[in-house]
Structure formats: structure tokens, C-alpha cells
Design a binder for this molecule. Structure first.
Ligand code: B12
Ligand code: SF4
Ligand code: SF4
Length: 258
């Protein structure tokens, strides 16, 4: 965090991320096609071979948020911590650079590589019909490269009630990935179920200021996103919330069940 970015002088020099977790998936994994099912990501999703026809491996990483980011977002039940705001905006810009660095790293060694989320071909839609570039106006809250679904296939972790992906280092953090034709050792998934790492404890339900999560119906992207819109003005040019990812048993680890 440098002086130009910092909201208050004491934030200068703070780190946003801890050491990442890295896992590798096979581009031939039959799970990629499953992502096109409407209940998974939907037909917008592009498999690794649709991003790079020669694809062999997918490298997916999780960058856990630092204490500065996580602890700062716990101080108030509603107000968003400075670190969390930086992590959403500058922290994501940093990961976009990491994704591009990974592309270059493979290319300089003679391999092909594409980082979909950092590429010009990445597409996402929030509320249905709001993205002019997406022909199917019925699609909502989806993308052509969902980093959590990619991480799930690559062995990084499982989904949860709050819809965040829980890794061995918890849910508080962000994901990135690169598709390459480099042959790499594939990680064995340590889970079989979509929600294996979630204890269904309900702490995220109680934390959510938008009442967007319930034990009965899971998480509503619509309520979460509408709440986000109310925060954009308050924190402009930044935004964020993430109260479902702090002060919860899955914050930094796989929670105990029972
Ligand atoms: C659109 C989007 C949003 C939207 C909608 C959320 C969403 N999940 O789609 C909004 C604006 C609400 C949002 C909010 C936030 N987001 Co967001 N967002 C994205 C984005 C750009 C695309 C997500 C996407 O493609 N979703 C696809 C849909 C289909 O996902 P889904 O509905 O959750 O999937 C369910 C179904 O697939 C279902 N399912 C049913 N049947 C089946 C069958 C199979 C086989 C499978 C696999 C699944 C499945 O299970 C899934 C989970 O329940 C990604 C970046 C990216 N490129 O991935 C970041 C991303 C998901 N966001 C992220 C973060 C951090 C946040 C916020 C914390 C923001 C903040 N800074 O405060 C909040 C958290 C909200 C929450 N509780 O999840 C992180 C996730 C971190 C994590 N640990 O999971 C991502 C990956 C960004 C990143 N670079 O890391 N986000
Ligand atoms: S707080 Fe509890 S219910 Fe919510 S995602 Fe984490 S483990 Fe699951
Ligand atoms: S990001 Fe905020 S509004 Fe969205 S589900 Fe999590 S706690 Fe609720």
C-alpha cells in the first residue's frame, strides 16, 4: 500500500495478501464440460480448450488476505475495512498483473498460455440483460471463466452456503488462474461433494447486512449485488462488503463440522 493509494497514513506499507496456495487441474478433466450445465456456471462458460485449443494444464491459485485486510473488516458489522476496500480494487488489479505475469512466464519458456480472467475475452454479467455484449439476456450472475469453479476442479476447495469457495486457508481471499500447454503434475481433489468444506453453521447468515443468505435458500446474488450498489457511492472509487467472509469459522481454515 503506497502513499498515493492509502486512505489514512497508517495504511502505508501494509500488505494485502499472504503466501498463495497453488493447485493444478488437467485440461482433459470431464468436469469442465459439466460447468456448462445451467445449474453450474451455464453455457457462457468456456472450457480450458476453448480458451487455448492446445491446453494441457490449468494452474489455479488462492491468495489469502493478510491480517491487515481480514482483521480490519471485523471492526464493524457494517462498515467495510480500508484493507478490504483496497483488496477489492487495487488487490484485484494486482492479481490481474500476477495472471499476466504467469502468462509471460510460460510463454518465455516456450509454452502457450492464456489467463482468461485477465484477457480481453473475459465476460461477466450481474443482473440479467445488463451486459450488452452477452446475447442471451436471460443469463444472470455468471461469467465465461468463473475462478471459483476453476479452483474447485483444480483441487483448491469447495463451495459453501455463502457461495464463497473455502480452501485449506479459508474463504477470505481471491483467486486467479492460467491455462497452458505445459504438462504439469495434476493435484488430486481431496473432496467429492460441492459443499464438503462448509459446516452449514449459519454464521455467514447472521453476518450478512443485506440478509442475502439463509440456511433454507443459500445466498441470493441479487440481494448481495443490490446491497453492493448502495455501497459504491459511500466508498467511491472503491467498494466491497465481505462480512460473510470474516468472523466466520471458515474465515481462514476448513471449519470443523458438528
Ligand atoms: C459476478 C461476481 C460477483 C457477483 C455475483 C456473485 C457470484 N457468485 O456469481 C457479486 C457482485 C454479488 C459478487 C460479490 C462478491 N464477490 Co465476486 N465475483 C464475481 C465474478 C466476477 C464472476 C462470478 C461467476 O462467474 N459466477 C458464476 C456463478 C454460476 O456462480 P455461483 O452462482 O456462485 O455458483 C453456484 C452454482 O454453480 C452451484 N451449483 C449448482 N449445481 C452445480 C453443479 C456443479 C458441478 C458445480 C461446480 C456447481 C453447481 O454452486 C455454486 C455455489 O453455490 C468472480 C470473478 C471470476 N472470474 O470468477 C468474482 C468472485 C466470485 N468474487 C469474489 C469475492 C471476494 C466477492 C466479494 C467478497 C466482494 C467483496 N470484495 O466484498 C462478494 C462476496 C459475495 C459472496 N458471498 O459470494 C471472489 C471469490 C472469493 C471466494 N473465496 O470465493 C471472486 C472469485 C473474485 C476473485 N478474483 O477471487 N461477485
Ligand atoms: S460461515 Fe458457516 S455456513 Fe457460512 S460458509 Fe462458512 S462454514 Fe459455511
Ligand atoms: S458480500 Fe456482504 S451482502 Fe454479499 S453475501 Fe456477503 S455479507 Fe451479504
Amino acid at each position: 500500500m503506497d502513499e498515493a493509494m492509502a486512505l489514512v497514513p497508517s495504511d502505508v506499507g501494509q500488505r494485502l495478501y499472504d503466501t498463495p496456495l497453488v493447485r493444478v487441474g488437467s485440461a482433459d478433466d470431464p468436469e469442465w464440460e459439466e460447468m456448462k450445465r445451467p445449474e453450474a456456471v451455464g453455457h457462457l462458460f468456456r472450457t480450458p480448450k476453448e480458451w487455448l485449443p492446445e491446453a494441457v494444464s490449468v494452474v489455479s491459485y488462492f491468495a489469502p488476505f493478510s491480517d491487515f485486510v481480514v482483521e480490519g473488516n471485523k471492526r464493524d458489522a457494517v462498515d467495510v475495512g480500508n484493507g478490504w476496500l483496497y483488496a477489492r480494487v487495487e488487490g484485484q488489479a494486482f492479481l490481474t498483473e500476477v495472471n499476466r505475469f504467469l502468462e509471460r512466464w510460460f510463454r518465455e519458456r516456450g509454452y502457450r498460455a492464456v489467463a482468461p480472467y485477465a484477457s480481453a475475452g473475459f465476460r461477466y454479467v450481474f443482473e440479467a440483460g445488463t451486459n450488452a455484449e452477452i446475447a442471451d439476456k436471460s443469463l444472470s450472475f455468471t461469467s465465461n471463466w468463473s475462478e471459483r469453479h476453476v479452483a474447485y476442479i483444480c483441487g483448491l476447495g469447495t463451495f459453501s452456503l455463502s457461495k464463497g469457495l473455502i480452501t485449506e486457508r479459508g474463504v477470505s481471499g481471491r483467486f486467479g488462474s492460467v491455462v497452458t500447454d505445459a504438462p504439469l503434475p495434476v493435484t488430486k481433489r481431496r473432496y467429492t461433494g460441492l459443499y464438503d468444506y462448509c459446516s452449514m453453521c449459519g454464521a455467514c447468515v447472521r453476518n450478512c447486512p443485506a440478509q442475502a443468505i439463509s440456511l433454507e435458500h443459500g445466498k441470493s446474488h441479487h440481494l448481495c449485488c443490490s446491497y453492493f450498489d448502495t455501497l459504491r457511492e459511500k466508498y467511491a472509487p472503491r467498494f466491497g462488503c465481505g462480512k460473510c467472509q470474516v468472523n466466520v469459522p471458515c474465515e481462514r481454515r476448513i471449519p470443523k463440522k458438528g
